[in-house]
Ligand binder design. Structure first.
Ligand code: PHE
Length: 473
């Protein structure tokens, strides 16, 4: 391997990089729409509780394993378990999972990049037409956009931890915050914006059922980039003096604050730019909503601020989502790259190229899943419905394996690596954490009910997704 392990240059750099990973498309669009549809303020409250009491302890577990082992997830689980075969398999799972999530996440990032390009070049009217999304994702121009996105990810990651990941986070994250706050102010000062705020925030406890609870927890877990080996990998790039509990709290807070703030942008925008909104339309799936619904909303602005103004607002929005997506993509792609570097003693560039070639092959298969090629479009069928290759990757890795990985890391930390080692790692750099109430809570929860909840979610998802049987909700 090339030299000693790289490290983040500062605490702020680490926090921004981890927050950059956590803040993604899910925060900016998935969360606001999910919250508005599922009980408003009631959903928000539940989400915040899940972040603080379930997800934060898992994040602490992941970061501690990373920092203690100074390795990628595979190396970490292998070395801390003393070479145990079962844990090595779990280690493999936490390398393959992020790689496969990177595959489908890169396809969505490519679409965002394409929409950004089109709005900047004056084609917002085209984007707002209902048939555009369908033809866009089956048009050959997406391969040009894919080349662009992968070139940017390659450019950032070839710079390494400090000069690449950290530097990019230090530029992109503040830019993201500024654009987000700017758009929120713009949107909230428009007519009728308050109707959207109301739709977003007024609690409706009636809507909270088992499926909504499950959905809120899954959303919080994914949103904090857990179960993907990312926090293990980023944790391995910090030194013993870094305060893990303090940093993790800030990451969770930033992620939740961005998700919450995004709601103050998206819903008032929908209500204000298009007062005749049919709230049924909001029940569309969150990802396709960015592409098929929001451009129409932005175009409505032309009556008040002209076509140029409307295009400018749309461009800032897509740039914001693009920055959020790129920092997430970089973090997830770093996991297999870091694993190849330390497990196979490769240098960064060859490791990056190896993963890159594989990623391109699989991403192209995903991109061809939308009607381009029949074989990938109708790839498989389960629980009575036909699924494309993209759907398969999404269902298996994003929906199913993530809670399983979360379960495994909890069990690993408390029962294999052991509580005393976990605590010693948490306390190093954070002496005030030692014997605190929160430390006791983390110890107890990671060893008991958190893995149980994650296992139940995993089993329920398997039953529901692949066998068509809903156990919960
Ligand atoms: N936290 C990300 C989001 O909310 C999820 C994610 C992270 C996805 C890293 C891919 C890679 O969108």
């Amino acid at each position: 391997m090339a030299g000693s392990r790289e490290q983040f240059g500062s605490k702020l750099g680490f926090i921004l990089a981890a927050a950059g990973s956590a803040v993604g498309i899910g925060n900016l669009v998935g969360f606001p729409v999910g919250a508005a549809k599922n009980g408003g303020g009631a959903f928000l409250l539940m989400y915040a509780i899940f972040v603080a009491f379930i997800c934060l302890p898992v994040m602490l577990a992941e970061m501690s394993v990373g920092r203690n082992s100074q390795k990628d997830p595979l190396g970490a689980l292998t070395s801390l378990s003393g070479g145990n075969r079962g844990w090595r398999i779990a280690g493999w799972l936490s390398i393959v999972t992020p790689f496969m999530i990177a595959v489908f996440y890169s396809v969505i990032t490519v679409w965002i990049f394409g929409y950004l390009f089109e709005s900047v070049t004056g084609n917002l009217d085209l984007l707002a037409q209902p048939e555009t999304f369908g033809s866009f994702i089956t048009g050959s121009s997406i391969f040009a956009y894919m080349a662009g996105v992968l070139a940017i990810v390659y450019f950032i990651l070839q710079g390494g931890v400090k000069q690449g990941i950290e530097k990019a986070a230090k530029i992109l994250m503040p830019a993201l915050f500024i654009m987000l706050v700017g758009l929120v102010i713009f949107v909230l000062t428009r007519d009728n914006a308050m109707a959207g705020v109301e739709f977003y925030l007024v609690p409706d406890f009636e809507k909270i059922d088992a499926a909504v609870v499950n959905g809120a927890l899954s959303q919080a877990f994914f949103s904090l980039s857990l179960g993907m080996g990312i926090m293990i990998t980023y944790g391995s790039y910090i030194d013993k003096k870094a305060d893990i509990p303090g940093s993790a709290k800030l990451v969770a807070l930033t992620d939740t604050a961005v998700a919450f703030t995004a709601g103050l942008m998206i819903l008032p925008a929908i209500f204000s730019f298009n007062p005749n909104i049919n709230t049924e339309e909001l029940s569309e799936s969150s990802i396709s909503m960015i592409f098929s619904f929001l451009p129409q909303i932005f175009l409505e602005l032309q009556t008040s601020i002209g076509y140029f103004g409307a295009s400018l607002v749309a461009s800032i929005f897509f740039l914001l989502v693009f920055f959020a997506a790129i920092t997430s993509l970089v973090s997830i792609f770093e996991v297999p790259v870091a694993a190849l570097m330390s497990e196979k003693n490769m240098d960064r560039k060859p490791a990056l190229l190896t993963c890159g070639v594989l990623l391109i092959a699989l991403s192209v298969m995903c991109a061809l899943s939308f009607g381009f090629v029949q074989f990938f479009t109708s790839f498989i069928s389960y629980a009575g419905s036909e699924k494309s290759f993209f759907d398969l990757v999404y269902d298996v890795f994003y929906d199913t394996i993530l809670p399983l990985n979360g379960f495994l890391i909890c069990i690993f930390v408390i029962y294999r690596w052991k509580k005393t080692n976990f605590n010693a790692e948490l306390d190093s750099g954070a002496p005030a954490f030692k014997k605190s109430l929160f430390e006791r809570y983390v110890n107890f929860s990671v060893g008991t009910f958190i893995p149980v909840i994650l296992l139940v979610i995993f089993i329920n998802t398997v039953a529901q997704k692949y066998f068509g049987m809903a156990l919960i909700g």
